[in-house]
Write a protein that binds this ligand. Sequence first.
Ligand code: FRU
Length: 502
Amino acid sequence: MNRMKKYGAAMLFAGMLSSAFAQVGQQGSNDQLEKYRPSYHFTPKQGWMNDPNGMVYLNGNYHLFFQHNPEKSVWGPMHWGHAISKDLIHWDEQKIALYPDSLGTIFSGSSVIDKNNTAGFGKGAMVAIFTHHNHQEEERKTGLHQNQSLAYSLDQGATWTKYKGNPVLPNPGIWDFRDPKVMWFEKSKSWIMTLATKDCITFYSSKNLKEWKKESEFGKEVGAHGGVWECPDLIPMKYKGETKWVLLVSINPGGPNGGSVTQYFVGDFDGHQFQPADTSIKWLDWGPDNYAGVTWSNLGGRQLMIGWMSNWQYANVVPTTRWRSSSTIPRDLALQKVDQKYYVSSSAAPELAKAFRPVKKYRANQSKELSIQEQLPQAFRLDINKLKQQNFKVILSNTIGNELVVGYDKDQKAYYIDRSKSGEIAFNADFPKTSTAKRLSNNESLSLSLYIDVSSVELFADGGLTAMTGLFFPQEPMTRLRIVGEDNLIFQDIDIAAFKDK
Ligand code: FRU
């Protein structure tokens, strides 16, 4: 879809719908307004959120900035919202970090800690590199409306100053020219910017964050091209002691289950060029609701990612009103090899384990169904360890017949999420469609972890080799859980752990 159309349409939503939504919001009861708010996922207190931005770790704080329209719960003039967590479980929303200015609104980007004061803003300055999006320029159709700019903070992200020389990387005439992700490349003692440029990625280098030199392009001929390329990330990852480079690229639309999705390539990067080890199409998360995910900077070798838990197909109309959109849980990325090919697996950040307390444990049971009927927590984790392969379903339901199904189809060798009867689904025609995910692992038995949090499910199967994320909006809380096999369920153990606090 054409960018202008997308943003134009969203702006129209903002104009037409949001005041009505805001009013509905004011009138609804607090319970109604908070109905779908998750417990251990970050959501803004009010207003709209999309991509995570500028994530950086500093002095015990995980900083999360995000695309934010504070006034309305639909996409609109973008700011960088800000939240901080010390434990990756609880998030404290901060003052807005970056406001729109005469150069435009503040689109996605990244942050780095400038330890050697290369930019001259101060030693250890937190520097944000983001896209200025100029809506007037966009209307003039010059194609020059997106430019890369800097802002810096000398007080650990509390207050920000925009650089006077903005933009630092002016648009050369590319309509989609955005979402800079910057990292330090030690070998050449340079900053490398990975930028989404329409249908490919362009790499730039700089010694001071202010002057950028084009190095190379990647991807015009490879990968998935169902939609525009956005929100890239280039990350070094180790496999058996060897360093490989992973390039994440979000595309919209073009996902295996429709709409927004993140693909990735594994290969080598020499400071100038990225060379993929193979060019097959790989999805970081097959579900419909994990987009624009990128990793934290300044975390040593750890590759910790968070995504936006929605999809441009319906993000503006999901049935929440006071706030719209949540982040995924923070996930650790790791490199694995299956049939001679590299894959990136995702798993819940281990810090999250502290947030759950065991409530139920089953061992090697010999029936076709396990049923938990007593009051089920709304935020919990379900671990299924070493289940003998067969068709099976995890069914979450309530007293009025809403059902969310997460299952495995042995013939198709695929996991799936079926939300066709999950509650509120009519707000968008694509939402009720079942999404499927290829099982990549060749392990004999199935092991999965499901993170459920009021209105979302995140599935990590086979050590996270296959991940799927999906939203659902039950009309009443889901109070019942069943695990139903085609045959007797033979497994090592099944554990349910409840989220401990709100
Ligand atoms: C991805 C995206 C980015 C852009 C931002 C605007 O979801 O379209 O490419 O910077 O959202 O909010």
